[in-house]
Design a protein around this ligand. Structure first.
Ligand SMILES: Cc1cc2nc3c(=O)[nH]c(=O)nc-3n(C[C@H](O)[C@H](O)[C@H](O)COP(=O)(O)OP(=O)(O)OC[C@H]3O[C@@H](n4cnc5c(N)ncnc54)[C@H](O)[C@@H]3O)c2cc1C
Length: 301
């Protein structure tokens, strides 16, 4: 007789699995219902195994890094949410850093700084993982993942095959990558950096962080900028010019500090956030003829 999903995952001994787990605590928005299964693989093989097992058992699954660019639905997710945070081994060799997908970006920047390697200072303070950052081609302060990424290792969840690909084949663009369009699980990423002065690298990281604290409402849960930058415009400026700064739906609010952020003032629901986004899009399109596109990913059934 076929074993059940829970036993198959638990039998590995290197993967935690929880049932009916509240998702809010796993996203920087602090919003969301329950996942039928929350899975925490402790290494790369366990991660691949968990994704393949979901496929074998016909259980829909979503892979989550730091949960800093997702909105979990109030209704939760009736499949499995697989968290990569423990899949985070990193190797430094000369000017090359190879990191597994679950490593937080700030940790990656710090590892680079400690090795006097420059090129990832921009990533310090972006609250994502390496996997989520490649998926989004995350960027800030004039830098983006694309600048230093040379190669990735990924698992094609449809063909269940492992691959390596050079960065040039990943269709990296503004908050864009092939991972948004293909059923690929990013396992590790390789970055080529250049030698720098450790004190200067540290200074750049600190000044980026100070700028974030100054400009962004970091005291509230959010998913960062709620909208992608429309060509030729800045979403925050359009929202501000439309008089929407401070607008609320329930406990979801356009931040008073940075109109590009939607913050959770305490007990916002995903419906509050989505309704607020709808109003913002409608107002901005009506006034300026610009269509805004939500940047965070809505995880739902
Ligand atoms: C306060 C704040 C500030 C922010 N500032 C910035 C900024 O300056 N610049 C910027 O670009 N972003 C910023 N963000 C957004 C966010 O941090 C980035 O998009 C980040 O790269 C998301 O990484 P994550 O691990 O949290 O992804 P998650 O939110 O966990 O996931 C996002 C998407 O990536 C997919 N994904 C995650 N891991 C993998 C994997 N291993 N393989 C395949 N797919 C995967 C998920 O399935 C999901 O679709 C900010 C967010 C917050 C809350």
């Amino acid at each position: 007789m076929r074993e059940d999903f829970l036993s198959v995952i638990a039998a590995r001994g290197d993967t935690q699995i929880k049932q009916n787990e509240g998702l809010a605590k796993y996203s920087t928005f602090k919003i969301g219902g329950e996942a039928r299964y929350a899975i925490f693989p402790e290494n790369k093989n366990a991660l691949v195994f968990a994704v393949a097992a979901c496929r074998e058992f016909d259980i829909p699954c979503r892979v989550i890094g730091c949960g800093s660019n997702v909105l979990f639905d109030d209704g939760g997710f009736s499949g499995a949410v697989i968290f990569t945070k423990w899949v985070n081994k990193t190797e430094v060799s000369e000017n090359i850093i190879r990191s597994e997908c679950g490593l937080p970006l700030s940790a990656l920047s710090t590892i680079a700084k400690n090795a006097s390697l420059s090129g990832l200072e921009f990533a310090f303070g972006i609250p994502g993982s390496v996997g989520g950052a490649v998926y989004m081609n995350a960027g800030a302060y004039g830098g983006e993942i694309k600048d230093t990424l040379t190669e990735v290792e990924y698992f094609d969840t449809e063909t269940e095959t492992l691959h390596r690909a050079p960065a040039a084949e990943l269709a990296l663009g503004y908050r864009e990558s092939i991972f948004q369009h293909k059923p690929y699980l990013l396992l590790s990423a390789t970055f080529a950096l250049h030698r720098g002065d450790r004190a200067e690298i540290e200074e750049k990281m600190a000044s980026n962080m100070a700028a974030r604290k100054d400009k962004q409402p970091l005291e509230y849960p959010s998913a960062g900028s709620a909208f992608r930058r429309p060509v030729g415009h800045f979403a925050a400026k359009l929202i501000d010019d439309a008089g929407l700064r401070g607008l609320s739906c329930g406990d979801a609010q356009v931040s008073e500090k940075h109109a590009g952020f939607i913050i959770n003032r305490g007990s916002a629901t995903s419906s509050d956030v989505l309704e607020l986004c709808r109003i913002i899009k409608e107002e901005v399109a009506g006034r300026y003829g610009v269509s805004l596109e939500t940047e965070f990913i809505h995880i739902k059934d």
